[in-house]
Design a protein around this ligand. Structure first.
Ligand code: CTP
Length: 218
């Protein structure tokens, strides 16, 4: 495992799911555990970077020497990430909800009719916004969960979101996925790609940081 120093670098990492409230007792969420993002934050801090970890609702301990900001919704995550700029790198490992309820009911929604329709609206795309921000970090890395045509969709996101790298989860590989301690990633950039793992998320975190280092001017 390489341990090239990240001393003097500031890295913002997002991790975990977002929860989009429906009413005071219900929300729309997803199964992201936050483990990949926390592993990246931990590895970067161990290698000397100043790390800001913007975390959705997860039950994970804060890694040593990491500044953690807890948020709940996509909107709150966006505020915290933008406020954490400028940075040398942004690594968007969070599974941000793409849609949230148009309104949060002030009181608990009571059951009435046979059917209930929830109106959902798009959330801000944090990754795409960071990538075109006036304080854009030198390196912007996104994640993608794809079940099929991984390279096609990952390269599409590279271009559409104007990011430098997309780390695509190889879904379906044994031992990979949300709750697992292991994962398998294929990282795509404009003129290259590299398959990492299957390996423990802690090990993948260091390999991903090594790749990011190659994108930095010395
Ligand atoms: N992302 C974000 N803000 C959002 C949605 C996603 O910052 N509102 C980021 C995630 O943190 C991740 C990447 O974008 O880095 C995932 O992109 P997305 O297009 O949402 O990919 P999928 O979840 O795979 O969704 P889809 O395939 O439906 O486009």
């Amino acid at each position: 495992m390489s341990a090239a120093s990240l001393s003097g670098r500031r890295i913002v990492v997002s991790a975990g799911p977002t929860f989009e409230d429906i009413d005071p007792v219900r929300f729309i969420g997803n199964r992201s555990s936050g483990k990949m993002g926390f592993a990246i934050a931990e590895a970067a801090a161990r290698r000397g970077a100043k790390v800001v970890l913007v975390a959705g609702p997860v039950s994970l301990a804060t890694p040593a020497d990491v500044e953690r900001i807890d948020v709940r919704s996509a909107r709150q995550m966006r505020e915290a990430v933008i406020a954490a700029l400028p940075a040398d790198a942004y690594i968007g490992a969070a599974a941000v909800a793409d849609y949230a309820p148009a309104v949060i009911a002030p009181g608990k929604i009571k059951k009435k009719d046979e059917q209930l329709t929830l109106e959902l609206v798009r959330t801000p795309d944090i990754l795409a916004e960071v990538a075109v921000h006036e304080r854009r970090p030198t390196v912007v890395v996104g994640f993608a969960a794809e079940t099929h045509d991984v390279e096609f969709y990952a390269r599409g996101k590279l271009e559409k979101k104007r990011v430098d790298m997309i780390a695509a989860n190889r879904v379906g590989v044994a031992g990979s996925g949300f709750e697992s301690d292991d994962n398998a990633l294929t990282v795509y950039w404009a003129d290259g790609a590299l398959a990492l793992g299957p390996a423990p998320k802690t090990q993948l975190a260091d390999q991903l940081l090594d790749l990011i280092l190659t994108r930095w001017p010395a």
